[in-house]
Ligand binder design. Structure first.
Ligand code: ALA
Length: 416
C-alpha cells in the first residue's frame, strides 16, 4: 500500500515541500540540503528512526537469553523482523543471517564457503565491476585455498560481456560472485543469466545486493541464487546491520565464521558443538536495534513501490545525463542510460578533479561522491583514476538536479 499523501506522477515523486521529503527528518534539520549520494547510504525515514528510538526508550533488553518479560518482548520484535525480511525475500526464516553489512556477509560466504567447498585448482568467477568488498574476500581465500580468480569483462557499452562469461564459467568454477547493480555505473547486471550459467556448470552463486535491495524487488527463490547479501543502510535502514540469505542446506554444510555466545549447542573444555542455522552464524549479542530498524526499513520499502522509485531515479538520472551532454562538452559519462540502469550518473571531467568538484558542490550544500568508489579495478578498466558520482534517490527532485548543474558550472568558472 502506498504511503498516504505521496504524490507520484509522470515526473516521479513530488518534490521539495511535498510529502516525500517530509518523511525524512534530515530535510527538516537541513532544509537546503541536496543529497545526491544515495548509493553511499540512504537517508532514513521517520518510521525507521522512530522504532529505534522506541526500542531504546521502552524495550531495551538482550535477546534469546532473558527469562523475563522485557527480554521476551525484545526477542519477539527481533525475530518478527527476521520473519518480515525472510517473507520479503521469499526465504525461510532460518536462511536469514544478520551480519554487520554486505561486506561481512560476503566474507562469511568466502571464508566458510571456501572451507567447505573450495579445493586447490578450483576457480572463482567475479566481474571487473565489483566493489572491493566482492573482490578482496575472494582474493584472501583464493590464496589460502589454492584457487584462481577470473573476471567477467565489460563490453564497449559498459555492460557485462555474457559471451565471455559463458566461456569463463566452466566445471572448474566453484563460486560465481556478482554484484546485482554496479555501485559506480548504476547498471543492473543480468544476474539471472549468470546464475543459469553457474548452475549449469555446478558452481555456487553469490549475489552482492548492496545496491540491489534499494532499487529492485528481490525474490531469492525466483532468482535461484545460493547466497544474496545486502546492507540495511543503503535501503533506508540503519548502519551496521545487513543480511546474508543462504540456501539452508549450504549453510548447514558450512563451518561457523565466528565463535561465541548463541552460536553453540554445547560447550565443554574439550570442544563445542554448533547451534542450528541461522544462530550458528550469529555469534555474540546481535545489533538488536539495527535488526528492528531494518524490519521497519523493509516495511517502508514495501509501502512505497520499488518500481516507482526506479522510474523516479531513472527520470532524474536521464535529466542530468541530457544536460551534461548538451552543456558540458568536457564531461565523459561512464555508462549509458538504459532500462537496465538505476539513474546513477558517474562521470569524469577532463579539466576538474572530482574531489575539487565535490568540494565546490559541498560549498553549495550539495552532497555527491568523488573518488574510486571502492572499485579501483573498475576505474582502471574505465581508464580513469577517479570519477564524480551523482546517485539520486526517492527524496530528490528536478530542482536538486538544477542546483547540481549550477554547481558544476560554478566549478568550471573557477577551474577553467
Ligand atoms: N559502497 C558505497 C558507495 O558506493 C560506499 O559509495
Amino acid at each position: 500500500m502506498l504511503i498516504q499523501g505521496l504524490v507520484f506522477s509522470e515526473s516521479g515523486f513530488a518534490g521539495r515541500g511535498y510529502a516525500v521529503k517530509a518523511l525524512f527528518p534530515i530535510f527538516k534539520s537541513h532544509p537546503e540540503l541536496v543529497y545526491l549520494d544515495s548509493n553511499a547510504t540512504s537517508q532514513k525515514p521517520e518510521s525507521v528512526i522512530e522504532v529505534i528510538d522506541r526500542y531504546y526508550r521502552s524495550e531495551n533488553a538482550n535477546v534469546h537469553r532473558g527469562v523475563y518479560q522485557l527480554s521476551e518482548d525484545a526477542t519477539r520484535s527481533f525475530e518478527e523482523a527476521r520473519q518480515r525480511i525472510a517473507k520479503y525475500m521469499n526465504a525461510e526464516n532460518s536462511e536469514i543471517i544478520f551480519t554487520r553489512g554486505t561486506t561481512e556477509a560476503i566474507n562469511i560466504v568466502a571464508q566458510s564457503g571456501a572451507a567447505a567447498f573450495i579445493r586447490p585448482g578450483d576457480e572463482i568467477v567475479l566481474t571487473v565491476c565489483e566493489h572491493h568488498s566482492n573482490i578482496v574476500p575472494w582474493q584472501i581465500v583464493a590464496e589460502r585455498h589454492g584457487a584462481t580468480i577470473k573476471y567477467i569483462p565489460l563490453t564497449g557499452n559498459r555492460r557485462l560481456d555474457l559471451e565471455v562469461a559463458a566461456k569463463l564459467i566452466t566445471d572448474k568454477t566453484r563460486f560465481v560472485s556478482v554484484g546485482h547493480i554496479s555501485n559506480v555505473l548504476g547498471v543492473i547486471h543480468p544476474i539471472r543469466e549468470i546464475i543459469k550459467l553457474a548452475k549449469a556448470a555446478g558452481a555456487f552463486t553469490m549475489i552482492d545486493g548492496a545496491q540491489g535491495i534499494p532499487h529492485v524487488r528481490v525474490d531469492v527463490k525466483e532468482l535461484d541464487c545460493d547466497f544474496y547479501a545486502f546492507s540495511g543502510h543503503k535501503a533506508f535502514g540503519p548502519t551496521g546491520i545487513g543480511v546474508l540469505y543462504g540456501r539452508k542446506a549450504l549453510l548447514q554444510a558450512m563451518p561457523p565464521y565466528q565463535g561465541g555466545g548463541d552460536m553453540i549447542e554445547k560447550v565443554t573444555l574439550q570442544g563445542s558443538t554448533w547451534n542450528e542455522v541461522p544462530s550458528k552464524f550469529e555469534a555474540g549479542t546481535p545489533h538488536i536495534e539495527g535488526v528492528i530498524g531494518l524490519g521497519a526499513a523493509i516495511d517502508f520499502l514495501q509501502s512505497i513501490s520499488l518500481e516507482k522509485i526506479l522510474i523516479h531515479d531513472q527520470k532524474l538520472g536521464n535529466m542530468l545525463v541530457n544536460r551534461l551532454r548538451e552543456e558540458f562538452p568536457l564531461v565523459s559519462i561512464m555508462a549509458e542510460p538504459g532500462d537496465d540502469w538505476v539513474g546513477t550518473v558517474t562521470f569524469a571531467h577532463s579539466k576538474i578533479h572530482p574531489h575539487d568538484l565535490a568540494a565546490v558542490c559541498d560549498g553549495e550544500g550539495i552532497a555527491i561522491r568523488a573518488g574510486h568508489h571502492c572499485a579501483q579495478p573498475l576505474m582502471e578498466v574505465l581508464g580513469v583514476t577517479a570519477t564524480a558520482r551523482v546517485s539520486p534517490g526517492l527524496y530528490n527532485d528536478e530542482e536538486d538536479i538544477e542546483r547540481f548543474i549550477k554547481a558544476l558550472r560554478k566549478a568550471e568558472n573557477l577551474f577553467l
